[in-house]
Design a protein around this ligand. Structure first.
Ligand code: BGC
Length: 607
């Protein structure tokens, strides 16, 4: 789980043509600026909105089929009026010959029912003007609008101002009459007790005892926290003599159940072919080239689903975190060979769809799809395409939008829940908005609460149900200790942001074993509106990656972002040092020095 978040992200210069942070929105096709709709013969209707800067733009296109159902693939065509050039598309295969553009449905979503809408988008370049196309055809039939849809097109609304999160409320108490075992409830964490992994807890207890003293006492207190179990290879399902497998964990979870309070246990589904395609530290055992998708389905997802469906476990609430980093990598890192292969083969999208189909079919299993974090997808030009791709992927499952319970951000990352000294990313300092500071690179979201709220709104606008819930992995995003600032001051955006930010990373693209980080908020139910819980998904003490080459049989590589002496590239982390702690073991392995630091810098502190 080792993202290179900034690769492919849009940087500040891309936004230089915008005034006051407001994106220029053009609308064309048959849904015209201001929402006017032309109508004539039935066929199709197109929404075409553009965010543009000096010579580049992002277009979001929605096409509604007003004719007979299309079952074997759709093709939308248009001619550019100017010299626009498509560069990179998503959720459709887009080709251009001269001014003529052809967008074909993705292989995983060939159907377009009557009144059904498909969305896709692309980045493009232009010089001079960027007029919207004036006409479109769908499978050769002119889009004349026809009967206007009852709802407006599906382009997500992307808030530009982060919402200030409310103060977390205390966990709700156990309801007096819990729903019957196996019922699929709205929030699986509500009224439930978190599963404490006895293997992890035992190791923490042993390390604490060996350490002794005040620090040892604090370390011991962490061991009773609920953490997730990562099913990070096929062999993890069965387990071994030293590490219990999936049944072993579920049996232990049953044993922790007392009275009528259900236990909620979290598992990370993490074995897609070409895993961690933009980095090296968490590469996995399956590859696209060696039939990885078929193996993923039959040797990984199917056996997991078979165990989870055992009626013996029906009383547990089983939360699954689905494939960290995978779909986000298709948005920002598709230019890298392994990600391009994951994209063109459909392996990530189809793998996620397959997992959702199998997991959602089990009524006491809950699915949360990974949405990376604010410092990766926060820019509008990443957020919109990500919401689009993820929503399309989910809509392509058997149960459609109902196959997910929500989304999770910050998995195994370090971005804080809030930036208490910098609550407004548009605050003017020295005549500039705070988000223009070097550390934020015009990203409007400094924190996971703001990002998660924006993502929630964008997903609902894109057609996801409003009862979806967000999660934040808060296991290592605490940033306490002596270095934690208590206020912000300064006359430039850079001095102000750097004096006030609690996230002390050298760059927000740094992700491996971060020096100075602390344990974050303890798991908590319903901490804010639309958030189901704070959870500890990355078990603190487990490394993000090795600081040097270490031979292993798990497919894991050496990523220099885990070497404290390495300066990353411009895209990865602005050429800064990585901020990684020295002498780290392979990802997933016990890293004592990091654990001690996390406990010392915990926020809230371990009392
Ligand atoms: C590793 C997994 C590990 C997980 C939790 C990931 O980065 O690749 O092997 O289980 O972290 O520590």
């Amino acid at each position: 789980m080792t993202p290179i978040p900034l690769r492919g992200n849009k940087k500040a210069w891309l936004f230089s043509g915008l005034s006051g942070g407001t994106a220029l929105v053009l609308a064309a096709g048959l849904v015209l600026a201001g929402g006017t709709e032309a109508s004539a013969a039935a066929g199709c209707q197109v929404g075409y909105t553009v965010n543009q800067w000096d010579t580049g733009f992002t277009a979001n296109v929605s096409v509604t089929n007003l004719g007979v159902p299309i079952t074997a693939g759709w093709t939308l065509e248009w001619d550019f009026a100017g010299n626009q050039q498509v560069q990179q598309g998503w959720s459709a295969t887009i080709g251009q010959a001269g001014k003529h553009v052809t967008a074909k449905s993705p292989s995983w979503a060939p159907r377009l029912e009557t009144s059904g809408t498909a969305g896709f988008g692309f980045n493009g370049s232009f010089t001079g003007a960027n007029p919207a196309p004036s006409s479109f055809t769908l499978n050769g039939v002119a889009c004349n609008g026809g009967t206007p849809p009852t709802t407006t097109p599906t382009t997500p609304t992307i808030p530009t101002t982060p919402t200030t999160p409310t103060t977390p409320t205390t966990p709700t108490t156990t309801p007096t009459t819990p729903p019957p075992a196996g019922t699929h409830v709205g929030n699986p964490f509500d009224g439930a007790k978190g599963y404490v992994n006895p293997d992890w807890s035992g190791e923490v207890a042993a390390a604490a005892a060996a350490k002794g003293g005040a620090l040892g006492t604090q370390m011991a207190k962490v061991g009773n926290t609920s953490t997730a179990v990562w099913l990070d290879r096929i062999a993890a399902i069965e387990g071994s003599a030293t590490a219990r497998g999936l049944r072993g964990h579920l049996d232990a979870a049953l044993a922790q159940q007392s009275g009528s309070t259900p236990v909620v246990a979290e598992f990370v589904i993490y074995d897609l072919p070409n895993r961690d395609c933009a980095a090296l530290a968490s590469n996995g055992e399956l590859t696209v080239a060696q039939d990885g998708l078929a193996k993923y389905k039959s040797q990984y997802v199917d056996p997991i689903a078979a165990v989870l469906a055992d009626p013996k476990y029906a009383g547990l609430r089983i939360v699954t975190v689905v494939e960290p980093d995978s779909l986000p990598n298709l948005i920002t890192n598709a230019s890298m060979a392994k990600c391009a292969e994951a994209q063109s083969s459909g392996a990530y999208v189809q793998g996620v769809q397959y997992a959702l189909n199998k997991l959602h079919a089990i009524s006491n299993v809950y699915t949360y799809v990974d949405i990376a974090h604010s410092a990766w997808l926060g820019w509008d030009s990443n957020l919109g395409p990500a919401v689009n791709l993820i929503t399309q992927t989910i809509k392509g499952t058997t149960a459609g939008v109902r196959s997910v319970d929500g989304f999770i951000s910050d998995t195994a990352n370090y971005t804080p829940i809030t930036e208490p000294n910098l609550p407004d990313s548009n605050l003017q300092v020295g005549g500039q908005p705070l988000r223009s500071a070097k550390i934020y690179q015009w990203n409007p979201y400094f924190s996971e609460a703001a990002f998660g709220t924006a993502m929630y709104n964008a997903f609902v606008a894109a057609g996801m149900p409003s009862d979806i819930g967000m999660l934040i992995d808060t296991s290592r995003n605490g940033w306490g200790g002596a270095g934690r600032p208590t206020g912000a001051s300064g006359s430039t955006v850079d001095t102000y942001a750097d004096s006030g930010r609690i996230d002390r990373r050298l760059h927000r693209g740094n992700w491996c074993n971060q020096s100075g980080a602390g344990l974050g908020a303890r798991p908590q139910v319903s901490p804010m509106p639309h958030f189901d819980a704070y959870v500890w998904i990355k078990p603190p003490v487990e490394s993000d990656g090795a600081s040097k080459q270490i031979p292993n049989d798990e497919g894991k590589g050496f990523d220099p972002m885990c070497d404290p002496a390495f300066h990353g590239g411009d895209q990865a982390n602005g050429g800064n040092l990585t901020g990684a702690l020295p002498d780290s073991p392979l990802s997933g392995k016990w890293f004592q020095a990091q654990f001690e630091q996390l406990v010392q810098n915990a926020y809230p502190a371990i009392s």
